[in-house]
Design a protein around this ligand. Structure first.
Ligand code: C2E
Ligand code: CA
Ligand code: CA
Ligand code: CA
Length: 276
């Protein structure tokens, strides 16, 4: 804007215009992308730190637009949340992931747990429990092989969150707290929420050897989780040294590029075959 006078009168600039139309374009793209089947689910293995066995897999969405190419979920998931499109997208991811997990089981691999990310908007949707239950029935997946990854942001409405989590737990589903330690929330929710595990955020894992405070935090999170009878998984494990550090401190599971990047379902089948 030209006039930046005393009132700072600046609610419309060519830049904002640009940003708004970019956003609208992306939103349209998301809608079309769903219709045209441009989304895929990739899978990243989760490894038992002691046995080295694959015990779970995290489902991560991928979007390949015909003209724009690959768009990172960090770019489109926040917009999908804002527009509500995360509801149909999230439902689709859950179905795909459960279905794929059932295929792996039918192929004869030792049963794995599939971890699916649930955004807080999805979690707050009042038919979430029914939707999850319906998806498990349709895909014939035993609920014990599904894990939902929730973030600390769901705590906003803790009464509702607890009730919903209890219903999911009663079905036999595992619950974990994703990006643990990054959400500025108090720890008291840990005693209220019926959760099974904590996921140590990549920002801590990747700094273990760069910053002794991160190392201390990782160590402390693991100890605290165990004292509360929770399992711990570290994400973003990229090196043998990080894995060693985690193993020494009794972290239960690890996930990261050191084992595998997120890959397509077919590629993960090959990974599983090679590790049997
Ligand atoms: P997240 O749930 O914390 O997922 C972990 C992210 O770290 C993934 O990025 C994964 O590819 C990446 N990652 C895994 N191991 C390593 C590693 O060793 N090093 C590094 N540098 N990165 C690693 P991605 O797939 O781009 O997803 C980004 C975020 O988007 C996710 O973070 C999650 O919050 C969100 N997201 C992805 N898929 C879904 C989905 O289906 N539903 C929802 N609601 N959110 C999703
Ligand atoms: Ca996650
Ligand atoms: Ca995470
Ligand atoms: Ca994250």
């Amino acid at each position: 804007v030209k006039e930046q006078g005393k009132n700072n009168f600046q609610f419309y600039t060519p830049d904002m215009n640009e940003a708004v139309s970019q956003k609208m374009k992306l939103e349209m793209g998301l809608r079309k992308g769903l219709e045209r089947g441009e989304f895929k689910v990739y899978y990243q293995p989760q490894i038992d730190v002691i046995s080295g066995k694959v015990i779970g897999v995290e489902a991560l969405i991928r979007w390949q637009h015909p003209e724009w190419g690959n768009i990172s979920p960090d770019e489109f998931i926040p917009l999908a949340e804002e527009t509500g499109l995360i509801i149909p997208i999230g439902e689709w991811v859950l179905y795909e992931a459960c279905h794929q997990n059932k295929i792996w089981q039918n192929t004869g691999y030792p049963p794995l747990r599939i971890a699916v990310n649930i955004s807080s908007r999805q979690f707050q949707q009042n038919n979430l429990v029914e939707m999850v239950s319906k998806t498990l029935k349709e895909t014939e997946l035993d609920p014990q092989y599904l894990e939902l990854e929730l973030t600390e942001s769901i705590i906003q409405d803790s009464k509702y969150a607890i009730t919903t989590m209890q219903k999911l737990k009663a079905m036999g589903i595992h619950l974990s707290i994703d990006d643990f330690g990054t959400g500025y929330s108090s720890l008291s929710y840990l005693k209220l929420f019926p959760i099974d595990s904590l996921k140590i955020d990549r920002s801590f894992t990747s700094n273990i050897f760069a910053d002794s405070k991160d190392a201390a935090l990782v160590h402390t999170i693991i100890a605290m989780a165990h004292n509360l009878d929770l399992k711990v998984i570290a994400e973003g494990v990229e090196t043998q040294e990080q894995l060693h550090f985690l193993r020494q401190r009794q972290c239960n599971e690890a996930q990261g590029y050191f084992f595998s990047r997120p890959v397509s379902g077919e590629e993960l089948s090959i990974f599983l075959k090679n590790r049997l």
